[in-house]
Write a protein that binds this ligand. Structure first.
Ligand code: ZN
Length: 136
């Protein structure tokens, strides 16, 4: 069973905690044990599991990515729509995560959350697909 939810981003580059949105889908599914696959359906956004308590983690991540992959650094794709940096970062970070489900909830560490990383915003809607796979 797959469910898609949408959100809007408000900045060019931004980390947004989507843990609560995904958790609602997990709980609603009624699945006690299994896997939760989460995928952002875009080529210029990414997902990561990381700390969600300190928002500066997301700020630092975006800053580190900018240092490694600067905007408009002669990327060939910039000739098309000027967002090559976003595609490169999205490819490196990845578009999906798989999270264990145990006792009807995520099996995440205390400091872990699911972050959507906007790399070419603001955009609306950004679509996220959640697929719940029950344990056999
Ligand atoms: Zn592009």
């Amino acid at each position: 069973m797959a469910e898609i939810f949408t959100l809007s981003t408000s900045q060019a580059k931004q980390c947004i905690d989507i843990t609560t949105r995904v958790r609602e889908i997990v709980r609603k599914s009624g699945v006690r044990d299994g896997l939760c696959h989460v995928m952002v359906l875009h080529a210029t956004a990414a997902l990561a599991v990381n700390e969600n308590a300190d928002p500066n983690i997301g700020v630092d991540l975006l800053a580190a990515l900018d240092r490694a992959i600067p905007d408009h650094a002669g990327w060939l794709h910039d000739r098309i729509d000027n967002n090559a940096q976003a595609h490169i970062k999205a490819a490196i970070l990845g578009s999906s995560e798989i999270i264990p489900i145990a006792d009807g909830d995520f099996l995440l560490g205390t400091w872990q959350g699911i972050m959507l990383i906007e790399l070419d915003g603001p955009r609306s809607p950004r679509r996220v697909a959640v697929t719940i796979i029950p344990a056999p």
